[in-house]
Design a protein around this ligand. Structure first.
Ligand code: FDA
Ligand code: NAD
Length: 426
């Protein structure tokens, strides 16, 4: 049994949705495009899962956050795909791929062939077992990557109102879930191995700004240690978390956010990999010219920094997907992807944005006991990165523009004195 399409998108997440929209804008014909996804629903804006989806009142639910609402574009409902003649093969895991024969084999035993393949398989959450700790499968231990995880998290949260949650990991999932748990009136203790939260991106000063804010909301921090084991009751529920420093934290639930691994396994040995992802060129094309990769799974050249990077953020998924489709549909007419890395988060009433690269020397500005704080990163005499909490739309745009221009910085103390004004004047 088999079907053939001109274009196949493997994976039905954020990048797939934005790729589909771009295909229709560039004139794909009905019947030419197919999306295969393990998930049972069409592409949606994954960031909603750790924010609006977890609210105790009027939570976000599908269909309200199908792509591409996150970029103020159309909302691609099942009806939209039907109207555009796009085949959705949902709830269907691809088990193997053969890039020489241009075929994919699904778990149901169907062979789907393509002329052009876009790999948009994203990433999977790392499990505690991969760090030598057992117990991930207890009823009240939650991960968060997809809708099924989010539904589980909501159910567990609802069953332990007023109780204690331990959040393992001080990255994006840890920080955003901790805030959501507090909003759901659950007592939160965060545990992570680093000296400060969001260690991959923030400076210690920025981290302590947020840690103080979280503490004011009742969150406790245990830093510089990791969990060593769980205590369980007979119902296979975790009752406490034991830490390597010897302490024991009673727990009604546990949320784990300890990083991800890109889903590359179908293509290992078939395509060139780099930085844990599928290596692509400035057109998002892999080492096989009929195969493109976009989103979390792609390692692409970031022209601005002359380096190949793999980014794990929604803006990069949206834009890399659109660029790949433009390159496919208008071969030879589209330039190389020229992307300015952009990350953001929203928790409680705070909201920050980051542009560029967090390398080199750091200059902080603003009032770190107030609500508008920021930082610049300066490397080899140029501004390469910028961070701002609590900015306006115009201020964020100015930060993005200033970072892209990479202005020469001669005097760090002058940059500090000018603060946000520097970006606004570029
Ligand atoms: P994505 O993970 O979205 O999609 C991959 C798809 O491929 C999934 O549908 C999966 O099931 C499918 N798939 C994988 N293997 C398959 C196979 N073999 N067969 C069939 N289907 C397969 N970023 C940001 O910038 N700001 C934010 O606020 C947030 N917030 C946020 C919250 C939460 C809870 C998560 C998990 C992530 C974020 N992110 C984020 C990150 C952002 O969501 C992420 O970068 C994008 O979803 C990446 O899009 P992709 O399409 O590459 O992967
Ligand atoms: P992360 O890489 O942001 O953070 C992982 C954290 O795990 C580290 O900060 C560290 O504290 C912790 N850790 C590592 N090893 C550990 C161990 N052995 N024991 C305990 N803790 C350990 O990853 P994440 O928070 O799991 O997020 C998953 C993905 O989702 C990322 O790709 C992230 O970009 C994405 N995401 C992004 C946003 C956003 O951009 N606002 C929001 C949510 C999720």
């Amino acid at each position: 049994m088999g079907r053939a399409f001109v274009y196949v998108i493997l994976g039905g997440g954020v990048a797939a949705g934005y790729a589909a929209l771009e295909f229709t804008k560039r004139g794909v014909s009905p019947g030419e495009l197919c999306i295969i996804s393990e998930e049972p629903v069409p592409p949606y804006e994954r960031p909603a899962l750790s924010k609006g989806y977890l609210l105790p009142e009027a939570p976000a639910r599908l269909p309200s956050f199908h792509t591409c609402v996150g970029a103020n574009e159309e909302r691609l409902t099942p009806k939209w795909y039907k109207e555009h003649g796009i085949e959705l093969v949902l709830g269907s895991q691809v088990k193997s791929a053969d890039v020489r024969r241009k075929t994919l084999l699904t778990a149901a035993g169907e062979t789907i062939s393509y002329k052009i393949l876009i790999i948009a398989t994203g990433a999977r959450a790392l499990k505690l077992e991969e760090f030598g700790v057992n117990g991930s499968y207890a009823e009240n231990v939650c991960y968060l990557r997809d809708l099924a995880d989010a539904n589980r998290l909501v159910n567990v949260m609802q069953s332990c109102g007023g109780g204690n949650a331990v959040v393992i990991g001080g990255g994006y999932i840890g920080m955003e879930c901790a805030a959501s748990l507090v909003i759901n009136k659950i007592n939160v203790t965060m545990v992570f191995p680093e000296a400060h939260c969001m260690a991959r991106l923030f400076t210690p000063k920025i981290s302590s700004y947020y840690e103080e804010y979280y503490k004011s909301k009742g969150v406790k921090f245990i830093k510089g240690t990791v969990l060593s084991s769980f205590d369980n009751d007979s119902n296979v529920k975790v009752t406490a978390v034991n830490l390597r420093d010897g302490s024991r934290l009673p727990a009604d639930m546990v949320v784990v956010g300890i990083g991800i691994r890109p889903n590359t396994s179908l293509f290992e040995g078939q395509l060139t990999l780099e930085k844990g992802g599928i290596k692509v060129n400035g057109h998002l094309q892999s080492s096989n010219s009929s195969v493109y990769a976009v989103g979390d799974v792609a390692a692409f050249p970031v022209k601005l920094f002359g380096e190949t990077r793999r980014l794990e953020h929604v803006d990069s998924a949206r834009k890399s997907a659109r660029h790949a489709v433009a390159s496919i549909m208008e071969a030879g007419k589209i330039g190389e992807f020229d992307y300015l890395p952009f990350f953001y988060s929203r928790v409680f009433t705070s909201s920050w944005q980051f542009y560029g690269d967090n390398s080199g020397e750091v200059v902080h500005f603003g009032d770190y006991s107030g609500s508008t704080v920021g930082a610049y990163w300066v490397s080899n005499g140029h501004l390469v990165g910028s961070f701002l909490e609590g900015g306006t739309k115009e201020e964020y745009e100015a930060m993005a523009k200033a970072t892209r221009v990479k202005p020469v910085i001669e005097d760090l103390s002058e940059l500090e004195r000018q603060g946000l004004g520097f970006a606004l004047a570029v």
